[in-house]
Design a protein around this ligand. Structure first.
Ligand code: MG
Length: 339
């Protein structure tokens, strides 16, 4: 197997901000895995939140070349080896996992979602509105509703929360997901969350800092909305640790390492009676297709990373309002856009 990679620059439609960071240009890494005349594709979307950088991802990819072996079908043992040696660079592992599944699907001439024995990869995605000043948020909300999105995710934990949410609830009655991105201290979170009740949140993501995960149990007991761990939940073992402390987990491929690890996390979460959300970072369609293949297994899908771009270098995910889906093409069904 021949692994090559290159960087691509992505520009969001708007500066994308959470309560923690603001970005107006993003670089990701496209991975190509060539074997027997076919090329499987993946995208590394590193996140500094998890100690990942472009450079560390590229070094990991270079070191992975000697660990791939010569049989792309041996995905279980390949990914186990990569995780053993590159546990800290799971965004890079996820890209190779994607490229392997894409390659296998292309070789067998079936879509990856069929290869996995799942229903057609089709789901409602939430559309995320980043942190911005109230006027800009009003414009973004109007645009999102005009574009037909029927589930919104709002970043909270900032000064204008109540302005924003009040405005949204005047214009939108559908599912409203709130993400606090670790904004609150344990002793203030119950009060903050109680104050959000009138906006009828469908769920609340990561109200506390990563290390304060045990205190999230108290917030679940408020009964205002299901509390989900995002930053506190990276890998399969974290799902077990979080049992009884949160109602659900947000699984992202950048954190866990791809389809294989995400399926393990979903099985664990279901076994422990927890809900499941699939999330993403801002990326091209290439990094959204892999989680979309398994989206029918989740309660919430927040797979809008490519929809936030001014110009997506890849295509293959169809969209109608808030519904996104993959077609019947073999592999991931994602191709480079002709420009
Ligand atoms: Mg989040």
């Amino acid at each position: 197997m021949k692994l090559t990679h290159y960087r691509q620059t992505l520009r969001p439609r708007y500066t994308f901000a959470t309560s923690q960071v603001a970005v107006d240009e993003i670089e990701t890494i496209v991975v190509q895995l060539e074997h027997d005349g076919l090329i499987g594709l993946g995208e590394v979307v590193p996140s500094a939140l998890y100690g990942q950088t472009l450079e560390a991802s590229e070094s990991a990819l270079d070191a992975m070349r000697g660990r791939l072996g010569d049989d792309p079908f041996a995905i279980e043992s390949i990914i186990a080896r990569l995780i053993e040696h590159h546990d800290a660079q799971r965004a890079a592992v996820a890209a190779v996992d994607s490229a392997l599944y894409d390659w296998i699907g292309k070789r067998l001439n079936i879509p990856v979602w069929r290869l996995l024995g799942l229903d057609r990869a089709r789901t409602q995605t939430t559309f995320t509105i980043g942190v911005a000043d109230p006027d800009e948020i009003r414009v973004k909300v109007k645009e999102a509703l005009a574009d037909g999105y029927d589930a919104l995710k709002i970043k909270v934990g900032v000064e204008h929360d109540h302005d924003t949410l009040g405005y949204i609830r005047e214009h939108f009655d559908g599912p409203l997901l709130l993400d606090a991105n670790q904004a609150w201290q344990p002793d203030e979170a119950a009060e903050k969350i109680t104050a959000l009740a009138p906006y009828r949140p469908a769920m609340i993501e990561q109200p506390l800092r990563t290390e304060d995960w045990q205190h999230m149990a108290e917030l679940c007991r408020l009964g205002i909305a299901p509390i989900f761990a995002d930053e506190s939940c990276e890998r399969p073992a974290d799902v077990i640790r979080l049992r009884g402390c949160v109602d659900g987990v947000n699984i992202k491929f950048t954190k866990c390492g791809g389809i294989r690890e995400a399926l393990r996390m979903i099985a664990l979460a279901r076994g422990l009676g927890m809900q499941v959300m699939l999330g993403c970072f801002v990326s091209s369609s290439l990094a959204i297709a892999p989680p979309l293949t398994i989206a029918t297994l989740a309660d919430f899908n927040d797979l809008d990373g490519h929809l936030l771009l001014a110009d997506d270098p890849f295509e293959g995910i169809a969209q109608a309002g808030g519904i996104i889906e993959l077609g019947d093409e073999s592999g991931l069904g994602i191709r480079r856009r002709e420009i």
